[in-house]
Design a protein around this ligand. Structure first.
Ligand SMILES: Nc1ncnc2c1ncn2[C@@H]1O[C@H](COP(=O)(O)OP(=O)(O)OP(=O)(O)O)[C@@H](O)[C@H]1O
Ligand SMILES: [Mg+2]
Length: 290
């Protein structure tokens, strides 16, 4: 695997030199739920939030988990990425959070991946940010909307938009955990302190149980010292919040998005697919998902 190195005694280390644990294939589940809700969050754009939502979701589904992807970005990229056309939606997550008579079952769509469903979004959702400002309990409309799904799924992954606005605060209020994808480039760390401050505010005021599940380095290039330095600095600053798994940079990810498939379906044997499977196993081993 490209993201791990072999050391002399045969033990593997991760990219910052910690021993790489062996993450076992998760045991099958005999029943489903209650779901753990995980928000994919980073206010910086283009860091791999949507790619991680789709591919972690697909990997967990491969391991027999029932997974719901919640597209909570008006760009609708997570919906497109699993084969839903956002322009042809009768109902989207916007209707679910804004209209009391819309039921979750009316909005959820199945995907080509067994065990992977999606609550799709489109540009309508951008109006919610403004309309919610005047609502009662405006930070918890997503949490309320997702309640009926908790018994049916093992994991609910919420793909956030690149901002710390009201939609993202809703995702953090609904979530049990936050996963922070971080692009391996020099300025990546700049926004993380602000993100963590926001997470702590939501924890203090709205959602005391909220945990940071991990920081996931993405677009890692093993050929550059630079990638390695960024991850080393993340480790210095955040310790074992840094996951062992890193996601390498490869054009197979944009290729898979064009094909509207998870990489695990588009190129099942590619190291990028294996990296997301390892992420799924690591999160299950950490107790961060079912
Ligand atoms: N590991 C990777 N290697 C190469 N390209 C990647 C990788 N991960 C994601 N990409 C590509 O980078 C672009 C941005 O990724 P993605 O859409 O997942 O980020 P995002 O954080 O969701 O962006 P936004 O903030 O706009 O929602 C996409 O074109 C995606 O295909
Ligand atoms: Mg995105």
């Amino acid at each position: 695997m490209t993201q791990t190195a072999l050391i002399a005694d045969g033990g593997r280390t991760d990219v910052v030199g910690r021993p790489m644990p062996d993450f076992p294939v998760p045991a099958p589940l005999s029943s489903h739920g209650p779901a753990r809700i995980v928000a994919m969050c980073n206010q910086k754009g283009g860091v791999g939030k949507t790619t991680t939502t789709i591919n972690l979701g697909a990997s967990l589904a491969e391991y027999g988990r029932r997974v719901l992807l919640v597209d909570f970005d008006p760009q609708g990229a997570a919906s497109v990425g699993v084969g839903v056309n956002p322009h042809e939606l009768d109902l989207s997550v916007y209707n679910l959070v804004m209209e009391r008579d819309v039921r979750l079952d009316d909005v959820v769509q199945t995907t080509a991946i067994d065990g992977l469903d999606v609550l799709p979004a489109n540009i309508d959702l951008s109006a919610a940010e403004v309309q919610l400002v005047g609502e009662v309990a405006r930070e918890s409309v997503l949490a309320r909307a997702l309640r009926p799904a908790l018994d049916d799924y093992d994991v609910i992954l919420v793909d956030c938009q690149p901002s710390l606005g009201l939609l993202t605060v809703n995702a953090l209020t609904a979530a049990h955990g936050v996963l922070i994808p971080l692009e391996c480039e020099f300025f990546a760390l700049r926004g993380v302190a602000l993100l963590i401050e926001t997470i702590e505010k939501v924890r203090d005021r709205l959602n005391p149980a909220l945990e940071i599940d991990g920081i996931l380095p993405t677009m890692y290039d093993s050929r550059t010292l630079h990638s390695r330095e960024v991850v080393a600095r993340v480790h210095e600053a955040f310790g074992d919040t840094l996951l062992h798994t890193v996601i390498g940079r490869t054009v197979k990810f944009p290729d898979a998005s064009v094909a509207a498939e998870p990489i695990t379906a588009y190129a099942p044997n590619h190291p990028g697919a294996e990296a997301y499977r390892q992420l799924a196993r690591e999160l299950v081993a950490r107790g961060d998902t079912a």
